[in-house]
Structure formats: structure tokens, C-alpha cells
Design a protein around this ligand. Structure first.
Ligand code: KIV
Ligand code: ZN
Length: 509
């Protein structure tokens, strides 16, 4: 079995996608999860993009112990300086330099001749190499580049010291057959490629990102670049969970293995959904809620006789909680802690006490508490940040023949402030009352309400994307009362935006 390295770019390419931006706390939480998941390299950001990006990469570099940490840079000295400032404190730093190699980019974005591109790429790699022994070079838009030219670029950057050469399908247009040919060609043509890791990075514009990643691996790529849940620019990147489970399930075909602890896949997916506020469609491969649901009686009968009839994956191998585990209002701290440990959560004493309090409050309203509820309660500690505002109480008056009225009382830690607002429905009225209390310019970009489990007393989860003066954040609220969940989500978004003095963050990529 050959080992394939997994470079996770959820915190860089993933974070670049609309509505997915993460603050430093969220990046830390995600990086810790990726480390436990067993990824080989965490691409933590693009430090030249903004001081905030640089600070986030530095923080991630300071905490990750068991994975390399990588930062992206254009083929420019300033970018490389910023990237090095980001990762220099990492246990295993990697500098990732990129430059486009396709005719359309050379003509319209770079305004460089092919020879200038080769020279610039090699010079940038040599510059990066003076700081860091691990340097990755990406030939942006490689799949639309002339192959012989791409081979010349690869040879030049290898001579300059690149240890990884990445051939991205930047616009997601390649087919698996083309990827096979490209990787086979580069492996057989480029001098020195045998001493380098060949990497693959595929976008999903035509829905072929995972297939292309697997084709590259089959053709000799030693590194696959992926994101959790496939988030990323436009239609996203190859999904880590799909790539890893395909390699593992069809090891007979690929003859490859990864270091990923697949039992942490489900939790990592949920964490990224929670941080970004972007849910997975129910039929999403590997992590969708229907991925293991057999609806037809014919299939159900087959699976009951022998799971091998229709199941190629086992939910337990992905760490999917088994919903038959039930706790209730009589369950004590010990049973609660034991179940969390079985689910893989290891909380500090403080976190455990806080989570147990929430559990007791929920158990007062909901007869049975399933693993999915527990997971929603403790799934993201990001919500536990020091909060300026907290909900004290609210009263709603609503009906189909009257305007809705909300009376909302929040505490700002020192005093309690109450406001009344009219709205187009109870949620709108409640959000307007909150706006009035906090006195901030806020735009509600999206609002979603879902139930964590089934049943009349199900826990409702509200997620909002809220835009303040300078950026957009995700707020999340849980309650068995959907209006309360909605207000909590809105207030949690507000808390992230309070005192937000950072300049608007530009993403030049
Ligand atoms: O898609 C792409 O080409 C990239 C590079 C910067 C690696 O994300
Ligand atoms: Zn990309």
C-alpha cells in the first residue's frame, strides 16, 4: 500500500467561498479538529490577504503539533515574506507558492510571456526555499496549460528547490481521463519529479472534483488536496470525506492508504457545517443524513439479513452517532460524561459543567435526548466565546390577522435592556427588537431553521448569516422553541460583530 498525503485546505480555499469566512477562534477550533482527524498538512490561510489572515495563520501554526501547517503566497517576495511570518513558528512549516501557467492567465491576469512565468516561478521558489525546506509550487490553471510548457515549469521549480509540485484543475473543467493523461505525462517527462511529491487539487464546477482527485492518485499523485464537506471557491473543492472513503473502500483498486482517522469524519463535517452555517444536502455522499437511510422495504430487508447486501460503508467507521442511545431528565453527570466520551468528546471540567447545565435545561423540555441532541449541544464550543449580550426573556404576540409584536429583553452584562418591535411575523419582530437594543447596522443575509432530531419535542436549530458594517458572520441558536432558537442565533451573530473594528478584509484571490 502506498501512502497518500492529505492536504486539507478548508481554512484557505474553503474559507474563500461565499459565506464561509472564519474568524481566528473558528479557525483554531477547525484546525484542532483537522489535527485529530489526522490530515498531513493544514493549509491555514493566505497571510498576504489581510492582517487578520496573517494572525489566524500564526495562531494555528502555534497550536498544531501533529500536522504540517502551510500558508499560500503568490509568486512575489512580499507575499512569501507574509506567508513565512505566518508559518515560521509551526512544528513543520510549508510555504505554498503559486503562479498561473495557462495561456489565458499569462495573457490577461499576469501579462507575462511563458519565459517570464518560468523565471518568476523559479525565482519565487528559490526565495521561499531560503526560509523553509518544504516548498510547494502550484501551477494555477494547470489543466488548461500547454503540457510541454507545464513540464518546463515543473522542471524549473524543482531545480529551484520545490519539494511538492501541484497541478490544480482551478476552474473545474477537466475530466478524469484528462487528469490521468496529464499526471502520467508529467511523471514520465519531468526530470527530478521522482524526488518530489506530485499533488492534485480539483474544483467541482462540473461535479468531477473527487473523481479527478482519485484519477490523479491512481496515476501516481502522492498528495490529494481536499476540504471538509467539499467547501471552496464556487462549486467547491474535492471533498475530503469522499476522497478518503473512496481510497479506503476501494483499496483493492487504488492500493493506497491515508493517515485519516475515519471515525472522526462525521464530527469534523458537523463542526464545519456549524462554523460556516452551510448544511449538507441530505443525499450528500458520506456525511448526508440519508447516506445510510434505506427507505425501500426491499433494501431494508436485505440490510437486516446482511448489511453487505446494500451497505458498502459502516456508519460507525465514520463516527456517526447511533441514535438509539438515549438519555433523559434522570440521567446524571456520570452517564452524560460517559456518553460524551463514547462519542469522542473529551471536555474540560468547566466545559462539561456548562454542557451538563444545558443538557438538564433541555431534558426539562424534551423527553428523550439522543446522540444527535448531545452532539448539537456540545458540537461547537465556538458559541461559548465571551458574549456581550445574552437573552433574558421574550414575549411574542402573533397571528395571521394581526401584525406580530415582540418584546425582547437582553442583558449586556451590566444591565437589562428591553425593547418592543412590530414585524412581518414573530421572527422578524424579535430581530427588530434586538436591532433596537444593540443599535448596530445589521443585515440578515440568510436564516435557516431545522430540527436536530424528529418528534414533536425536537430540538430546533436556527442558523443566521448576519452582515455587520465590515463582515458577515454565522450565528447559531438551539432550543425546543423555534422563536427562542432564532433569537439566540441572532444574538450569537451580534456578539461576534460587537466591537468589530477590523477593516473590510479583501480576498484578492
Ligand atoms: O485552485 C487553485 O488553483 C488554487 C491554487 C492557489 C492552488 O487554489
Ligand atoms: Zn483552489
Amino acid at each position: 500500500m502506498r501512502n497518500v498525503r492529505i492536504l486539507d485546505t478548508t481554512l484557505r480555499d474553503g474559507e474563500q467561498s461565499p459565506g464561509c469566512s472564519m474568524d481566528v477562534k473558528e479557525k483554531i477550533e477547525a484546525a484542532r479538529a483537522l489535527e485529530k482527524l489526522g490530515v498531513d498538512i493544514i493549509e491555514a490561510g493566505f497571510p498576504a490577504a489581510s492582517p487578520g489572515d496573517l494572525a489566524a495563520v500564526q495562531t494555528v501554526s502555534g497550536i498544531v503539533q501533529n500536522a504540517a501547517v502551510c500558508a499560500l503566497a503568490r509568486a512575489k517576495k512580499d507575499d512569501i515574506d507574509a506567508a513565512w511570518a505566518g508559518v515560521r513558528a509551526a512544528v513543520s512549516p510549508v510555504l505554498h507558492v503559486f503562479l498561473a501557467t495557462s495561456p489565458v492567465h499569462m495573457a490577461y491576469t499576469l501579462h507575462m510571456s511563458p519565459d517570464e512565468v518560468i523565471e518568476t516561478a523559479a525565482a519565487a521558489v528559490a526565495y521561499a526555499k531560503a526560509f523553509c525546506s518544504d516548498v510547494q509550487f502550484s501551477a494555477e490553471d494547470a489543466t488548461r496549460s500547454d503540457r510541454a510548457f507545464l513540464a518546463r515549469v515543473a522542471e524549473a521549480v524543482i531545480r529551484a528547490g520545490a519539494t511538492v509540485v501541484n497541478l490544480p484543475d482551478t476552474v473545474g473543467c477537466a475530466t478524469p481521463q484528462e487528469i490521468t493523461k496529464l499526471f502520467t505525462y508529467i511523471r514520465s517527462t519531468v526530470h527530478g519529479i521522482e524526488n518530489c511529491v506530485l499533488s492534485t487539487h480539483n474544483h467541482n464546477d462540473l461535479g468531477m472534483a473527487t473523481a479527478n482527485t482519485l484519477a490523479a492518485v491512481a496515476a501516481g499523485a502522492g498528495q490529494a488536496e481536499c476540504t471538509i464537506n467539499g467547501i471552496g471557491e464556487r462549486a467547491g473543492n474535492a471533498a475530503l470525506e469522499e476522497t478518503v472513503m473512496a481510497l479506503r473502500t476501494r483499496a483493492d483498486v487504488f492500493q493506497c492508504e491515508t493517515r485519516i482517522n475515519t471515525r472522526r469524519i462525521y464530527r469534523s463535517s458537523r463542526l464545519i457545517q456549524s462554523i460556516t452555517g452551510i448544511p449538507m444536502p441530505p443525499n450528500k455522499a458520506i456525511v448526508g443524513t440519508n447516506a445510510f437511510a434505506h427507505e425501500s422495504g426491499f433494501h431494508q430487508h436485505g440490510v437486516m439479513s446482511n448489511p453487505l447486501t446494500y451497505e458498502i460503508l459502516r456508519p460507525e467507521d465514520l463516527g456517526i452517532p447511533q441514535s438509539q442511545n438515549i438519555l433523559g431528565r434522570h440521567s446524571g453527570l456520570h452517564a452524560f460524561e460517559e456518553r460524551l466520551t463514547e462519542l469522542g468528546y473529551h471536555l474540560t471540567r468547566e466545559e462539561l459543567d456548562a454542557a451538563f447545565e444545558k443538557f438538564k435545561a433541555l431534558a426539562g423540555k424534551k423527553k428523550v435526548i439522543l446522540d444527535y441532541d448531545l452532539e448539537a449541544l456540545v458540537g461547537s464550543h465556538t458559541e461559548e466565546r465571551v458574549a456581550r449580550y445574552s437573552l433574558v426573556n421574550f414575549v411574542i404576540n402573533s397571528g395571521n390577522a394581526i401584525s406580530s409584536t415582540a418584546v425582547v429583553k437582553l442583558s449586556d452584562g451590566e444591565s437589562e435592556i428591553e425593547r418592543v418591535a412590530l414585524g412581518d411575523g414573530p421572527v422578524d419582530a424579535a430581530f427588530k427588537a434586538v436591532n433596537d437594543i444593540v443599535g448596530m447596522e445589521l443585515t440578515l443575509e440568510s436564516y435557516r431553521l431545522s430540527s436536530v432530531t424528529g418528534g414533536e419535542d425536537a430540538l430546533g436549530e436556527a442558523v443566521v448569516h448576519l452582515r455587520g458594517a465590515r463582515r458577515s458572520v454565522v450565528g447559531r441558536g438551539l432550543s425546543t422553541d423555534v422563536i427562542e432558537a432564532s433569537i439566540r442565533a441572532y444574538v450569537s451573530g451580534v456578539n461576534k460583530l460587537v466591537g468589530d473594528a477590523a477593516p473590510a478584509e479583501e480576498k484578492p484571490l
